[in-house]
Every structure is written in structure tokens, then in C-alpha cells.
Design a protein around this ligand. Structure first.
Ligand code: MN
Length: 498
């Protein structure tokens, strides 16, 4: 069924239109040069969808142009697969388009080598992303646009590959987009990936969301009209009032958080009010509240206290007779750009050269810190916490001497690690080394630790004392199984454990 879907064939004309629409007086000739160069380089090659290869870099460049990134980034988007997939080298690209564009392209090529092989490659992927980001965040924008197009056209991929790519997007790309405040990118990446990573849940979520939106959309339009009238009669200047529908994956996540109670989700459809300045934001809030009673505890001032990723807006939930409970999100145009594009908004082509502004951005400091820590050899994995992954919270990632990553619950010990590798390794553990230091077997491991276990084949079995400190069910079960006969020790251990 889905393989009959045809992908959209993005063309030069659409790219040109986007440029004319989003940029003042863009240098179309330079972009066209890159388009022709990429077209020639990829000539005759097809995508896995069967479409000509150039469709993909074109789609990537269009996305970057929609984000109004500097034309160098758009051009790099057109060229991003040239060194990897054609006989032109990065040196050729540099000779033709200069060192700056070649630097972005080569960053994307390096990042592209990452392949998702389950959770064990997770840390490696993140590390590469952070490194790329710290070196040049423009590389990450191209990579996101590249990945978004790939995930949008996943239908034509073999099924096994689909879910791998989809999970990689959910576990690595989307959380980073979120961290960088790129709400639009995050939402699109997640919704496209959700479909293939969890098809059953996706269908459920879409149908629930559709039902709800259908019920509400008519009412929302009435409420929007009412809001406009109220605001205008109060003399509050507004630039735009619009309904926005929640992304599917974000809706699903929230539904899970509320244990499936749909009535607790007030922002399935929300009303967005865009105004000129901060004073107008508060004026809108005041006017809305004087006509509609706000729900207790639902007024959020993200202007005074922005979210860690830079998001700013005023949120309030009010009660309207026709529409019922509805959420308003009030923001300036700049806040809106920040909410949609995050870090990328600061790279808007209009701000090129405004170094001062860039350096005062909080995210810039984050990147500088990450960069410093990486160059100082400090533990990049500590940043995992900031990435705030629902799925992997309370997990740590430790390495085997071969460089494979094992994920364990927090507070795990070398014995948990040993059992995670193999029951035999666990049962025969005698010593452990963490980062080349001999350590006691009950040492608490941290993300990024390199753990090696010394085993002794003649060892009779695990020590029931280990039950006092192991964290994983796996280790507990195996230790119990192997020491079952030692009833006395067992009872002793269990009573002490309590
Ligand atoms: Mn690509």
C-alpha cells in the first residue's frame, strides 16, 4: 500500500521560489551554480524511492531556505552528498565554492558515517553530534534538513531499515533538535519517525487526535474570531491569531503522561496570538483574562522565565462557553521564530555578521562549554542529562574494552555490567577495573566509564553478598538462581537487605 506512494519531486523552481519568498535580494546565481554542480555530480543516480538523486539535496536546500539560513548553508545543503556519493571530492567542492562551504559539507559527510545499531551506538552518535555542533552548528542544520527529508520519504525503504532510521531519529535527532529549541524540526522529525518506529501507536494517536480536532476546530474558529474582536475593541494591536494543532508524537507523549486521560490535555488545539512587542503580550493576556476566566495554575510566563532551550511565550488556559477549555499562547514575532527554529533563528541570514548578538545567546554558551569540555577530555556524556530523553532517563551508558556501549540503570555496579554481558561472565567475576583502575565490585558506575571484568573459570559461582548491591533484575535473578542451594546464605542476605 505505502510503496505506491510517490515522493514529491522537488525542483529548482521550488527552491528559487522559496529563495525569492524568504530572502531579500538573494544571490540566486550562486545557488543555481551549486544546483547545477550537484545535478551533474549525481547525474544518473537514483534514490531508493526511484526518484532522481538530485531531488534529495534539493529538498534539503529548500528546508534550509525556509529556515532563512545564510545562503552558504543552503548551498552546502545542495552539495551535502557530493563527496560521499559521487566522484567529486571535497577538494573539488572547495575549489569551486570556497573553504567555508566546503567546511560545512565535510562536516556533514563526517556526521553521515554514523549508523544506528541499537542502543549500543547511542552514545557514539550523540558524541559525534555534539562534536559537530561545537565545531560548527551549521553542519547540524544541514544534517537535520537531510535527515528530515529521508524520514519523510521512508515509505520506500525496506522495512527493517525503516524502523532503524525511525528509531535513530526519535532517540538522537529529535532530542537534540529539542535541546536546540528547534520546535518545528523536532515535531516534524518525530511525527515522521513515529509512524515507522511505532506504527500501531501512531495510528491510534492520529485517530484520537483527528477525532478531537474535528470536534474542536469549528469551535476554535469561533473563539479565534471572538478573541480578535475582544482584543481590537480593547485597542490591543495584534499581528496574527491562529489555531495550531499539536504534533502527533508530542500529543501521544502527553497522553501517556496523563495515563490516557484525554480531558487533561488542553492544548490539542491551541490559539496562538502574535504581537509586536513584550508589552503587547501582557496586554493581550490581561484583556483575555478580563473576558474569559483563566484556569487556576495554568498561567505560565515563559517570557520572564524562558525554558532552558530559549522558548518564550505567555501561556494561559481559559474557559469559553462555545469552545470549552482552550489554551492561548501569546508571543512576539521574534519569540515565534525562536520557538519554531530555535538556534537556527539566530543564524537567520539577516543577522549575518552580528557577532555581538550571537555571542550573548545562552545556547552559544552551552556550545562553548560543550566544546571546552570535549577539548579538555571531560565526560561529554554528562550532557545526556540535559538532552532530557524520556526513554533513557535514569540510564547510564558504559563501555566495554572493545568500545561497545552497554546501557544500565543508574547506580549499577561492575557486577550488573558483567551480567549484562553474559551470565557466565557474571557468575565467574572475580575483579573489576573501571577506567583501568582496580575497583571494588560494588562501585557505582557512571556514564562513559570503561569497565573490564576479570573472570576465573574455576570460580564456583556468584557471591550471594552481591545481591546487596546489584541493581538490575537480570543480575539479581541470575545470582539467586546460581546460589539457590545455599538456602541459609540466601535467607541471611534477604533479611539484611530489608
Ligand atoms: Mn543526504
Amino acid at each position: 500500500m505505502e510503496t505506491s506512494l510517490k515522493e514529491k519531486l522537488w525542483s529548482w523552481e521550488e527552491l528559487e521560489e522559496t529563495l525569492k519568498d524568504r530572502y531579500e535580494d538573494p544571490d540566486i546565481i550562486s545557488v543555481r551554480l551549486a544546483f547545477d554542480y550537484a545535478s551533474e555530480a549525481h547525474a544518473g543516480k537514483k534514490r531508493y524511492t526511484g526518484a532522481p538523486y538530485i531531488i534529495h539535496p534539493t529538498a534539503t536546500a529548500i528546508r534550509l531556505a525556509q529556515m532563512q539560513l545564510p545562503l552558504a548553508v543552503v548551498i552546502a545543503g545542495l552539495l551535502h552528498d557530493v563527496p560521499e556519493d559521487t566522484d567529486r571530492t571535497i577538494e573539488d567542492v572547495e575549489a569551486e565554492f570556497g573553504a567555508d562551504i566546503a567546511k560545512i559539507v565535510s562536516g556533514v559527510t563526517k556526521l553521515g558515517k554514523v549508523k544506528y545499531r541499537g542502543i549500543e551506538r547511542y552514545a557514539e552518535n550523540l558524541r559525534k553530534m555534539f562534536l559537530a555542533m561545537a565545531a560548527d552548528v551549521r553542519v547540524v542544520f544541514v544534517k537535520f534538513a537531510d535527515r528530515l527529508h529521508n524520514v519523510e520519504t521512508l515509505f520506500a525503504m525496506p522495512e527493517a531499515k525503516r524502523s532503524r532510521v525511525a528509531k535513530e531519529v526519535l532517540e538522537i535527532y529529535a532530542p537534540i533538535a529539542s535541546r536546540l529549541g528547534m520546535g518545528d524540526m523536532k515535531g516534524r522529525l518525530e511525527d515522521n519517525a513515529f509512524k515507522y518506529a511505532f506504527p500501531k501507536e501512531y495510528k491510534e494517536a492520529v485517530s484520537l487526535l483527528d477525532q478531537n480536532v474535528q470536534v474542536r476546530e469549528g469551535d476554535i474558529d469561533k473563539t479565534i474570531d471572538k478573541a480578535k474582536t475582544i482584543l481590537e475593541s480593547d485597542g490591543v494591536k495584534i499581528e496574527q491569531v491562529k489555531g495550531r494543532r499539536k504534533f502527533v508524537f508530542s500529543f501521544w507523549r502527553k497522553l501517556k503522561r496523563y495515563h490516557g486521560d484525554l480531558s487533561k490535555i488542553y492544548d490539542i488545539v491551541a490559539i496562538r496570538v502574535v504581537v509586536k512587542d513584550v508589552a503587547d503580550c501582557y496586554a493581550v493576556l490581561g484583556t483575555l483574562h478580563s473576558h474569559w476566566p483563566p484556569l487556576k495554575g495554568r498561567i505560565k510566563d515563559y517570557i520572564a522565565q524562558p525554558k532552558p532551550n530559549g522558548y518564550q511565550s505567555l501561556h494561559t488556559t481559559v474557559f469559553d462557553e462555545t469552545c470549552g477549555i482552550v489554551e492561548f499562547q501569546i508571543r512576539t514575532h521574534e519569540m515565534h521564530e525562536q520557538a519554531e527554529y530555535g538556534v537556527a533563528a539566530h543564524w537567520n541570514y539577516k543577522q549575518e555578521g552580528s557577532e555581538k548578538k550571537l555571542n550573548t545567546m545562552p545556547w552559544m554558551n552551552d556550545l562553548v562549554d560543550i566544546h571546552k569540555e570535549i577539548s579538555a577530555g571531560e565526560d561529554f556524556l554528562s550532557h545526556l542529562e540535559e538532552v532530557k530523553l524520556d526513554m533513557f532517563q535514569d540510564r547510564i551508558f558504559v563501555l566495554t574494552p572493545e568500545g561497545d556501549v552497554i546501557d544500565l540503570p543508574e547506580y549499577s555496579t561492575p557486577v550488573d555490567f558483567a551480567y549484562a554481558i553474559h551470565t557466565e561472565v557474571g557468575n565467574q567475576t572475580v575483579n573489576a577495573h573501571v577506567n583501568d583502575q582496580a575497583v571494588p565490585l560494588d562501585t557505582i558506575l557512571k556514564s562513559g566509564d570503561m569497565v573490564s571484568i576479570t573472570t576465573n573459570k574455576s570460580r564456583k559461582g556468584p557471591n550471594p553478598e552481591w545481591l546487596k548491591f546489584v541493581k538490575t533484575n537480570q543480575a539479581q535473578t541470575k545470582i539467586r538462581a546460581a546460589t539457590k542451594s545455599k538456602v541459609k546464605q540466601w535467607i541471611e542476605t534477604m533479611s539484611r537487605k530489608k
